[in-house]
Structure formats: structure tokens, C-alpha cells
Design a protein around this ligand. Structure first.
Ligand code: FES
Length: 107
């Protein structure tokens, strides 16, 4: 198991546990993290699972696909360099302690 640290839009923090190989979106859903809607269920078609990945962690993931990149361009909250769709972020065992910030809006 590894820990994912979520920083919510109101500034509060939640640390949750998840098995390697699952996604940041699944970590949020399984633990009822507020602010990640994930309306398409993880098929990279809705853009409502937007997160900001901690800077030191962002490069650990494969770059966004063309579809993810397009959805991030249309995200409701500001797009930043570390913006990703959490359904596209599988967690590796060595990502224990990753920090993820939830934006203030998803749609
Ligand atoms: S859950 Fe819809 S794009 Fe991630």
C-alpha cells in the first residue's frame, strides 16, 4: 500500500491508502475525496477528475495523451504545468507520499 496526500480546495488535507497500480482518481473515489467528480468513470472523456500533481511528482508519470491534453485545455479550473486528469495517473509503488491538490471547480 502507498499513501496519497490530497490537499482539498478548502486547504484541508487527507491522507489515504491505496494499492500500487490503481489510479489517483480511484484513491479519491474510494475515500470520498471532495472535488473530484470523475463523471465518465475514468475513460478520459469528461475532464472532471482534474488535479494538480505535486511538482516533485509530476515528472514521474507518463506525459498526457492527446485526449487528456485537450480535456485539460477545457478544464473548469485554471490549467497549470502540473495539471493532470487523475484517472490517467496509475500509482507506482515508489510514489508513496505523493501530494495531489484538488482544484476549486471541475465543471
Ligand atoms: S474520470 Fe473522466 S476524464 Fe478522468
Amino acid at each position: 500500500m502507498l499513501t496519497v496526500n490530497f490537499i482539498l480546495a478548502d486547504g484541508s488535507r487527507r491522507a489515504v491508502q491505496i494499492a500500487p497500480g490503481r489510479t489517483v482518481k480511484e484513491a479519491a473515489e474510494d475515500n470520498l475525496i471532495r472535488g473530484i467528480l470523475a463523471l465518465c468513470g475514468g475513460s478520459c472523456t469528461c475532464g472532471t477528475c482534474h488535479v494538480y500533481v505535486g511538482e516533485q511528482w509530476a515528472a514521474r508519470f507518463a506525459p498526457p495523451s492527446i485526449d487528456e491534453d485537450a480535456l485539460l485545455d477545457g478544464a473548469a479550473a485554471e490549467r497549470r504545468d502540473t495539471s493532470r486528469l487523475s484517472c490517467q495517473l496509475p500509482l507506482a509503488e515508489d510514489m508513496d507520499g505523493i501530494m495531489v491538490t484538488v482544484p476549486d471547480q471541475q465543471q
